[in-house]
Design a protein around this ligand. Structure first.
Ligand code: SF4
Length: 154
């Protein structure tokens, strides 16, 4: 395993973006990164800038209004980059699917690496999903050097 890959797996920096959800998932996401769950023991750290982030955690359905901003944030992230869809809205559009102003889930706009279902998913599920991503990066399978548009259901 290369030093870069080793460092990436042990210190994934995360950025969070709400694309138009009800904030239920955001509250659970914020809970997941508090000291109670202590994700920093896995090296996971919240970042304010997409230019410093490895993983984009998206909550909410993809509204037409937010699409360009989401794509811009995704493009600002350095390669290799990974996307985690958090909650039913982000995975499929959820209750907003087929709404006139909604495209659907995150994968209608950018490639998704891990899906975390739930409305909203509990902090444990969010941590589990991110751990699955790290597992995937450390495994011999896909991931690690680029995201290649691959997808995985958790
Ligand atoms: S999945 Fe549920 S809790 Fe999360 S943004 Fe959608 S409606 Fe809200």
């Amino acid at each position: 395993m290369s030093v870069r890959k080793w460092a990436r797996i042990r210190s994934p920096w995360l950025i969070h973006f709400n694309t138009g959800g009800c904030n239920g998932c955001d509250i659970e996401f914020v809970a997941a990164i508090t000291p109670r769950f202590d994700v920093e023991r896995f090296g996971i750290k919240l970042q304010g800038s997409p230019r410093h982030a490895d993983v984009l955690g998206v909550t909410g359905p993809i509204t037409m209004q937010i699409t360009k901003r989401l794509v811009r944030i995704y493009r600002q992230m350095p390669e290799p980059k990974f996307v985690v869809a958090i909650g039913t809205c982000a995975t499929s559009g959820g209750p907003f699917k087929d709404c006139y102003s909604v495209h659907g889930g995150v994968d209608t706009v950018i490639p998704v690496d891990v899906y975390i279902p739930g409305c909203p998913p509990k902090p444990e599920a969010i941590i589990y999903g991110i751990a699955k991503l790290l597992n995937k990066l450390s495994g011999s399978g896909s991931g690690g050097e680029d995201n290649g548009g691959h997808t995985q259901k958790t």
